[in-house]
Design a protein around this ligand. Structure first.
Ligand SMILES: Nc1ncnc2c1ncn2[C@@H]1O[C@H](COP(=O)(O)OP(=O)(O)O)[C@@H](O)[C@H]1O
Ligand SMILES: [Mg+2]
Length: 319
């Protein structure tokens, strides 16, 4: 039986309560059944991210390295295998097997190191941009559309603005709302990773880097500039100090957009929206890197500054 890492057990129970506790309890039996069904044997320590465990395996009979990933049953994790299937190994790890009822997949195994280990933020943005370009294939049917999610995003921003009235300047939240209104209904035909940041881009052999952990949406890949920027600029500032935050953020986003073949303005606007969302989200739920206390305050204040600095000086609705 595999051993589920204690930090993953704690995180899941803390986030999901009783349902999380009974799910982690049943994980070893589920993994044992999947190993058997998919003809695999365990091959190393169990890894984990925020919402899933990753079990390194060897596939019989040829001992190809793979991983079995089992995610917590959550609507946000439903379309991950659909995205991998659509990419067919181009820019992302290959999908070998799937068990959608159990939120489980057998994936190609790549190396243990991620793009987050690369210190140069502009280099990271370029690599992520090149990956984004390869992932922007026609979206298969049935994925959540960003255009449908836009209404919910707008409602949530209005709720956040009312509840945390002093958090961000009105023009900052309004610019995010304008982005959802003006860009949300735009592109609907491309597959969007949805959580493309450096820890979800792993070192590989058949290509230098491959993506993992997609949400699998249909919409505008420029959205992923924001998911990339948030942890990347945080790490950069920790190492080099804040400096000219606006300039640093724009350079990262522009490198990403250029390499991805995306419109620069659209990428900046989605990133601004994403940072506004994150600043409010932190106030409600905290972050994985800072759940509460003074550290959470520091991260939240940093996100506030970033959201503000990414807000266009002269937004069309505030001439
Ligand atoms: N195909 C893979 N090959 C090798 N390691 C992987 C693979 N997929 C995931 N991992 C490792 O497991 C970690 C968590 O996986 P990820 O899919 O990002 O899960 P989460 O949704 O929990 O973030 C990754 O950061 C990486 O270290
Ligand atoms: Mg991940």
């Amino acid at each position: 039986m595999i051993e589920v890492p204690q930090a993953f057990v704690n995180g899941t129970v803390q986030r999901e309560g009783k349902r999380g506790a009974s799910w982690v309890e049943e994980l070893p039996a589920l993994v044992a059944e999947l190993l058997d069904r998919w003809g695999c044997v365990p091959d190393g320590d169990v890894l984990h991210g925020g919402v899933g465990i990753v079990v390194p395996v060897l596939r019989r009979p040829d001992r190809t390295p793979g991983v079995i990933k089992v995610s917590f049953p959550h609507p946000g994790n439903v379309h991950e295998p659909d995205a991998f299937a659509a990419w067919g190994g181009q820019g992302a790890v290959r999908l070998y097997e799937r068990d959608d009822a159990h939120f489980a997949m057998l994936l190609e195994r790549v190396r243990a190191s991620s793009l987050a280990e690369v210190e140069d933020a502009e280099e990271v943005a370029l690599v992520a941009g090149r990956i984004s370009r390869r992932l922007a294939v026609p979206a298969p049917d049935g994925l959540p559309r960003m255009s449908d999610m836009a209404a919910g995003w707008k409602r949530q921003l209005h709720r956040d603005q009312a509840e945390f009235a002093d958090a961000l300047p009105t023009r900052t939240v309004d610019a995010a709302l304008d982005t959802v209104r003006e860009l949300g209904g735009g592109r609907t035909d491309l597959l969007v990773h949805g959580d493309l940041h450096a820890r979800n881009i792993l070192r590989a052999d058949r290509e230098p880097w491959l993506a993992v952990d997609p949400k699998g949406w249909a919409g505008d890949p420029a959205y992923d500039g924001g998911t990339l920027l948030k942890p990347l600029i945080f790490g950069h500032v920790m190492r080099h100090g804040e400096g000219d935050l606006r300039r640093v953020a724009h350079r990262i986003l522009d490198h990403f957009a250029e390499a991805a073949g995306l419109d620069r303005e659209r990428t900046r606007r989605w990133a601004q929206f994403h940072l506004v969302q994150a600043a409010f989200h932190g106030r409600r739920r905290g972050f994985r890197i800072a759940r509460e206390g003074p550290r959470l305050d520091l991260v939240t204040q940093f996100l506030d500054r970033l959201a503000e600095t990414l807000t266009p000086y002269r937004h069309p609705s505030h001439p």
